[in-house]
Design a protein around this ligand. Sequence first.
Ligand SMILES: Nc1ncnc2c1ncn2[C@@H]1O[C@H](COP(=O)(O)OP(=O)(O)O)[C@@H](O)[C@H]1O
Ligand SMILES: [Mg+2]
Length: 253
Amino acid sequence: MQITTSDLGLAARVQHLTKTYGSGESTVRALDDISVGVRRGQFTAIMGPSGSGKSTLMHIMAGLDTPTEGRVWVGDDDITDLADTELTLLRRRRIGFVFQAFNLVPTLDVAGNIALPIALDGRAPTALERARIDLLVDSLGLADRLTHRPHQLSGGQQQRVAIARALATAPDLLFADEPTGNLDSRTGREVLQLLATASREQGQSIAMVTHDPIAASYADRVLFLGDGRIVADKPRQTPEQISAYMLAAEVAA
Ligand SMILES: Nc1ncnc2c1ncn2[C@@H]1O[C@H](COP(=O)(O)OP(=O)(O)O)[C@@H](O)[C@H]1O
Ligand SMILES: [Mg+2]
């Protein structure tokens, strides 16, 4: 009998995942034989130096990019060989993503951008989704920006719109690449509280890339990447423990 991703208590996983870019002498090995899972209902932080493979790992787990070698599961579905159209549907229905570069639609206003995943699914928001969006707009301080378009917003405001959009449908699985990178510390804490609450109270499984030890301390688990490999996998850490580990790893490198 095959052991499934759910049997393992995981929401997504990769096995023997390798990703290379380019060919010949210019080949870059972004991920090097990684096997890891995102635990269901947990908030996982992913840390590591710039270029260590964090974004690539999240993109592949979210079905936005494909592996060179290895397999990828979302829930019990092996998505490794899915066609683009199937991956698009899977992402739209089950996965939220907050991109490092926000990826807002320039021609849509804030309200339109937040409701986009629902519109793309060809339906109107449910009453529950409308209530959730109102709450997100409120707690992210976007209420007086709903009719603005992305170019009329600051980087931090655009980032908050991207976060509201990713949480609007309460996806089982949420990936966020540096979601607090452009935020002041108070708004950053607000976002981290939102993510922690989403996993604790709604059972959403969340993976977040961050450079910030304080942000990572909100997570239940902290994964450290180095040179395309997982170099440490730790339970919840204080910011001081995380900083100390990062410092020691840097000295050792
Ligand atoms: N589309 C791409 N083409 C070529 N190299 C890439 C591409 N995307 C990422 N890389 C390379 O793969 C490695 C890992 O990148 P990335 O996953 O973005 O790291 P991180 O998010 O940890 O900064 C880096 O060396 C980066 O230059
Ligand atoms: Mg990155």
